[in-house]
Write a protein that binds this ligand. Structure first.
Ligand SMILES: [Zn+2]
Length: 340
């Protein structure tokens, strides 16, 4: 069977490897149908000094597929069922896993496609507890965006920032995979959405998604415009995943007692924070990573109810690297999907 493996930094190879054995007790065998690219794929491709991993590594962190075979003792799945898979190998035994909060697993074995072999292959065996049924009417292409793109945003906005109807939110990089989802989820809740983009073409697209105000961060200072738009009060919530030099600008956008939630640092992981500003303004800063099982189920329900992911490009397995280049170039608006 085919498997796309990272063999060195920035070097992928399409290998022919042995298919997995029949699924064991409590496992299912899945035929992968689509992989959605995320920044995890890009970080892994570039090479991460701190990531413990062994090459070659099968890539792909976010995916959908069909059940090929169910192992002994598995109920709830039969061949042909459409499914998505959790993006990390969690233990299933610790208190967090037992509550379905697998992103807080105490014994996590690694992120798929990043620390351990991922989904860019024809077949995979997984514990059935890490597999979630796709509702009727949702395509496998759209479903592939549920475990990370939708799930991460769901966890950030609702579990961590506790976004409420009527609040104002600043969504950074509204054209990114998670940014585009955040705009849709916040608008569906009835929030006022301010978003940033890097060029004017993306500004039009972000408006079409429902954003109330769009700031081109390359031509305007987003913190100044945001304060002006909120009559100097600031926003209730900032949706951060950029970090770097803009992070302090993000804090300046918050109203007193405002919440900042972050899941990424694409512009750099190290920032300096003024602690006096932090405590005097009573900011709440949430680190957020991944999603709970419930977040993924809720995401699939939202997709089924019509909140479709924005798809930038669809490529074949052999064009995986072209998809990564698109992510890296920041030309992308929405998700890049790799079809099998
Ligand atoms: Zn666990």
């Amino acid at each position: 069977m085919r498997a796309l493996r990272l063999v060195a930094d920035r070097k992928l190879e399409l290998a022919d490897i042995s298919p997995p054995p029949p699924p064991g007790e409590g496992e299912v065998q899945i035929r992968i149908k689509a992989v959605a690219l995320t920044h995890l794929d890009l970080w892994g491709f570039r090479g991460m000094a701190f990531a413990k991993r062994q090459l070659p590594l099968v890539v792909g962190a976010e995916a959908s597929g069909e059940i090929a075979e169910a192992g002994k003792g598995v109920t709830g799945f039969k061949p042909g069922d459409k499914v998505v898979m959790y993006g990390a190998m969690t233990c299933g035994r610790c208190a967090a896993c037992r509550e379905g909060r697998d992103n807080l697993c105490e014994n996590v074995g690694g992120i798929m496609g990043f620390h351990i072999d991922g989904f860019a292959r024809d077949l995979i065996n997984l514990p059935a507890r890490l597999v979630i049924t796709v509702p009727a009417g949702v395509s496998l292409r759209d479903a592939a965006c549920a475990p990370i793109a939708f799930g991460t945003v769901e966890h950030m906005l609702f579990d961590n920032a506790k976004l409420k109807p009527g609040e104002t939110i600043l969504v950074h990089a509204g054209g990114s995979g998670i940014g585009s989802v955040a705009i849709k989820m916040a608008k569906a809740l009835g929030c006022t959405v301010i978003t940033t983009v890097g060029d004017d073409t993306k500004a039009e697209k972000a408006k079409a998604l429902g954003a109330d105000h769009v700031i081109n961060y390359k031509t305007e200072r987003f913190e100044g415009v945001t304060r002006k738009l909120t009559a100097k009060k600031g926003v209730d919530v900032v949706f951060e995943h950029v970090g770097g030099e803009g992070f302090n600008g993000s804090l300046l956008c918050l109203k007193r007692g405002g919440r900042l939630v972050t899941c990424g640092s694409t512009a750099g992981p190290i920032v300096t924070i003024n602690l006096m500003q932090l405590f005097q303004q009573q900011y709440k800063i949430f680190g957020s990573f991944g999603a709970s099982m419930r977040n993924i189920r809720d995401s699939l329900s939202k997709i089924a109810a019509g909140m479709a992911p924005i798809i930038d490009t669809e490529v074949e397995l052999t064009e995986f690297e072209r998809g990564l280049n698109r992510l890296e170039s920041r030309q992308v608006f929405g998700k890049v999907i790799v079809n099998f």
